[in-house]
Design a binder for this molecule. Structure first.
Ligand code: ADP
Length: 400
């Protein structure tokens, strides 16, 4: 491992999915080489990496081997076994973001405690552990009322592990089905809109914040993102300030995805922080001067950060999710996917990104498309963005 002040040109990535793939693509123009740790050689990033250690994400011995091929190790997902990485860090393996920062972020309850201690607004939350329910549940019921939101403390993604419970019986039933893991319970926020913002911090402490975006979830999965979000200058400032406070509080290096709720009365609550590149930042690939993937690589390799500004008036990014089709229809599905990608490329100013995953599953993120918008008026652009997102979805999800 190299000295911390050097430019680190060999980057290891734990994970080999689409985020690692887009990072490996961005690495080329920076002259950075990528080594991966991922369990399947069919994973999207494998063909772009210079080296791959085929191993489970939590395999720390494999991470030690990965360390032999690179100067710094970063992450494309949160499924690591943090405890087993600390000894590697003590032996000089350089992780960015650092393991101390990850140790307050990977557990959703610890993360919200950290955020609250920084003075940032979060929905009300509590931890719930088996055996404590008869004392905790009555006070939650009294203080917040139902519905309440129940989340597994680790390993949740794309709404997996997040449940909205209408009453105590359903909460107890869902928790029981899960086998009573420790939980984060949260008051239900009646938000008007969901927002997100990407922000990066460099080795020297420089921070850049991307324009905040509006995200549209359905069944707790992100379907589309509009950039920039239509916000008052005061809300824009508040979001920037949240991002700065958070990254200064973390004192670590890399890019972070910050998810927010905006209520009808104009209050902002921080929902969640992802310590990595994020789906809400995919628009940056085609719409910004520096993509989130390049920015993250710049940060972790010790380069100066680069402009996060958009080079167009706006953009809409739509996720291309797997369809609900049976196994026997796989070939039909591939043909359909190819035809539909072609149709999407015909939309003016559209950029289709396909992740080349070996398998499709209903709801799995298979690709995304970003459409650049040049309408001056923010309100008009917003309606245009929504109309285009609907058009993309009608192309993508018909006949399935
Ligand atoms: P994940 O990490 O799996 O993406 P999130 O915590 O971001 O899970 O939750 C997924 C979605 O569930 C959010 O985008 C939001 O739509 C909804 N959600 C989460 N927490 C709350 C809450 N406290 N109140 C209302 N809706 C919520």
């Amino acid at each position: 491992m190299a000295e911390q002040s050097q430019i680190l040109k060999r980057v290891g990535v734990i994970g080999g999915g689409q985020l690692a793939m887009m990072m490996a693509d961005a690495a080329k123009s920076l002259g950075i080489s990528i080594a991966l740790q991922t369990p399947h050689n069919t994973d999207p990033a494998v063909t772009l990496a210079q080296q791959t250690v085929l191993a489970e994400i939590e395999d720390a011995q494999a991470t030690a081997e990965l360390g032999n091929y690179c100067d710094v190790i970063t992450f494309e997902n949160e499924f690591v076994d943090l405890e087993s990485l600390f000894p590697l860090s003590q032996k000089g393996v350089c992780f960015r973001p650092g393991l101390e920062a990850l140790s307050v972020l990977l557990d959703k309850y610890d993360q919200l405690c950290f955020v609250k201690n920084l003075g940032l607004p979060t929905p009300e939350f509590r931890a719930l552990t088996k055996g404590e329910e008869d004392s905790v549940l009555p006070s939650i019921k009294k203080d917040w009322g139902f519905p309440i939101v129940l989340k597994t403390r680790r390993h949740g993604y794309d709404g997996q592990g997040t449940f909205i419970c209408e009453n105590e019986e359903s909460l107890r039933w869902i928790w029981g089905k899960m086998g009573y893991p420790p939980l984060l319970v949260q008051e239900f926020v009646t938000f008007e809109r969901e927002l997100a913002v990407m922000a990066a911090r460099s080795v020297t402490g420089e921070i850049v914040v991307y324009p905040a975006v509006e995200t549209y979830q359905s069944d707790q999965v992100c379907h589309w993102v509009i950039a920039p979000a239509l916000l008052t200058p005061s809300l824009t400032e508040q979001i920037q300030a949240i991002a700065y406070t958070l990254l200064e509080g973390l004192q670590t290096v890399g890019i972070f995805g910050i998810e927010l709720f905006l209520t009808a009365s104009g209050e902002i609550f921080l929902n969640e922080i992802a310590p990595r590149t994020h789906n809400s930042g995919h628009f940056t690939l085609d719409a910004c001067q520096t993509s989130q993937f390049e920015q993250h690589l710049r940060a972790v390799s010790g380069l100066a950060l680069s402009s996060p500004q958009m080079h167009c008036q706006g953009a809409v990014m739509v996720n291309l999710l797997g369809y609900e089709l049976t196994q026997t229809q796989t070939n039909t599905l591939q043909t359909l996917y190819t035809q539909k990608q072609q149709q999407l490329t015909e939309i003016p100013n559209a950029f289709v990104h396909w992740y080349g995953k070996a398998e499709s599953r209903p709801g799995r993120k298979l690709g995304h498309v970003t459409i650049l918008l040049n309408t001056q008026s923010p309100e008009q652009r917003q309606s245009e963005a929504i109309a285009i997102a609907r058009k993309v979805e009608s192309i993508w999800y018909t006949d399935c």
